[in-house]
Design a protein around this ligand. Structure first.
Ligand SMILES: Cc1cc2nc3c(=O)[nH]c(=O)nc-3n(C[C@H](O)[C@H](O)[C@H](O)COP(=O)(O)O)c2cc1C
Length: 266
């Protein structure tokens, strides 16, 4: 499926590269918190101490104008290798945290060392598939890197039951359409980009997995944390989100800054 999307992008003039995580050495995060403690203490260098292929993968992400992440379902989530990558792309890569560090360095008269390409919002699409219907967490688990990296989600697709994907012309065309859409979005300015995947409840990240509050009609997006209000109209669940709630999504600076405030370093 990755190849179908990338081939379409290639045939429409894109340079492409397929990276298979299975062939990289991405070690698990050891929770040393070095990447977090530097937020509290300017004297902490805070670099991730793990030596593996992550620096190489970082460079690939930085050099890309657009991204596609693809994963099968393993135990209702992404496989372990993918999850390890998500952890390693977590707080250490959070672009709001990076901005905070840059500002602090400037105010202390120190050099800003962050590669500015981390701040360019890249369009991203996601593909998940599973052998059955057990896939509720497919999207929130595959799309996790979009939070810390501040990616712009422009498309997603999920196939249950592996559904004869590569022999089904409708599915193949859907994948090719994804390839074309990513290119079109790369060529647009960030504020002009649009999402074309299936509708989700969350208006910010398009996720349809919500955490319900026991004591009220509030719910929270299981990916980006945007808070909404649930009602039922004509036997149909409706979730409303205020503009104030949307700007606190973790997919954008507002939500990540709030997260920093909760962690008490902002
Ligand atoms: C350990 C394991 C757990 C799996 N868990 C799920 C699951 O939770 N939901 C699902 O729909 N399929 C599940 N599957 C089926 C795989 O998603 C399916 O076989 C998929 O095609 C595997 O992709 P791959 O061939 O690229 O590894 C699981 C398969 C394995 C090996």
């Amino acid at each position: 499926m990755s190849r179908v999307v990338l081939k379409e992008a290639y045939e429409n003039g894109c340079e492409i590269e397929l990276i298979n995580l299975k062939y990289l050495q991405i070690k698990p995060c050891i929770g040393c918190m070095k990447c977090v403690t530097k937020l509290f203490n300017p004297n902490h260098a805070g670099e991730c101490p793990i030596q593996d292929d992550m620096a190489w993968l970082d460079r690939k992400i930085l050099e890309a104008d657009g991204l596609l992440f693809v994963a099968p379902m393993y135990e209702c989530s992404v496989p372990g290798e993918y999850r390890m990558m998500c952890d390693r792309l977590g707080p250490s890569h959070d672009i709001t945290f990076k901005k905070f560090l840059d500002e602090r360095s400037k105010s202390m008269g120190m050099a800003v060392t962050t590669d500015h390409r981390w701040y360019t919002p890249k369009p991203v699409a996601f593909i998940t598939h599973g052998g059955s219907e057990w896939s509720y967490m497919a999207y929130p688990s595959v799309a996790t890197p979009s939070i810390s990296l501040g990616l712009q989600i422009v498309d997603k697709v999920h196939f249950d039951y592996n559904d004869g994907i590569l022999t089904n012309e409708c599915h193949m065309e859907r994948l090719r359409e994804m390839g074309r859409h990513i290119i079109t979005m790369i060529q647009k300015r960030p504020e002009e980009r649009e999402y074309v995947g299936p509708q989700g409840y969350c208006p910010v990240c398009h996720n349809d997995v919500m955490r319900l509050d026991f004591d009220s009609n509030k719910c929270e997006c299981a990916l980006c944390g945007t808070i909404g209000t649930i009602s039922v109209k004509n036997n149909k669940v409706q979730v409303d989100f205020t503009e104030d709630a949307k700007i606190l999504s973790h997919l954008i600076d507002g939500g990540r800054t709030k997260h920093g405030t909760i962690l008490k370093f902002v």
